[in-house]
Design a protein. Structure first.
Length: 184
């Protein structure tokens, strides 16, 4: 038997199992790259970019909410609306905000997305239509999940570079025993 971390996609399984496993591995890896930082570290930017780990945490909380709450569950996306209210840039941190609030917002958004994800899997699967529409055509849940995997892939790469510049933390994945609060 292969000893894999809980968040590692299985060695075999259906397309659905692999897609959701890939998404969870990216979520865990991103969360690990952003974990345990203070406000100054969360606001750190490389000279060539406006991105920060805190900004990415906010952005991915909003994207989770958009993709799962709005496009898949067809509910009001509260996190997305909060982070974009009055033209607010979701990538820009409030320097006064407690980092614990930022982490809780992200963790709650992912936990909610995972609950919606479980409901979708149990009721209709990836072929169900989402609320994402373009020229009268609705994207499948599969398409929305693939879009989120792409988003995480891009931003987990950004997180790698930012975290290494902050304190030297490197590595492809989180440690085997690393489990965010939303992973169950």
């Amino acid at each position: 038997m292969v000893n894999l971390p809980a968040w590692e996609p299985p060695m075999g399984g259906t397309e659905q199992v692999h897609l959701l496993g890939m998404l969870d591995r990216l979520r865990v890896t991103f969360r690990y790259k952003a974990d345990g930082l203070d406000n100054q570290q969360l606001m750190f930017r490389l000279p060539s970019s406006e991105l920060s780990l805190g900004g990415l945490l906010q952005h991915l909380a909003a994207v989770e909410d958009e993709k799962f709450t709005y496009f898949i569950a067809r509910e009001r996306p509260e996190v997305l609306l909060e982070l974009t209210a009055d033209g607010r840039d979701q990538f820009v941190l409030n320097p006064e905000e407690d980092p614990a609030v930022l982490y809780r917002r992200y963790d709650a958004a992912v936990a909610k997305s995972r609950r919606i994800q479980a409901e979708v899997v149990s009721t209709g699967g990836l072929d169900a239509l989402s609320a994402l529409e373009y020229e009268g055509n609705h994207a499948s849940v599969r398409r929305v999940i693939c879009d989120l995997i792409e988003e995480y892939g891009r931003h987990t790469g950004h997180a790698d570079l930012l975290r290494e510049a902050i304190d030297g933390r490197v590595g492809e994945d989180a440690p085997f025993d690393y489990l965010p609060v939303w992973y169950a």
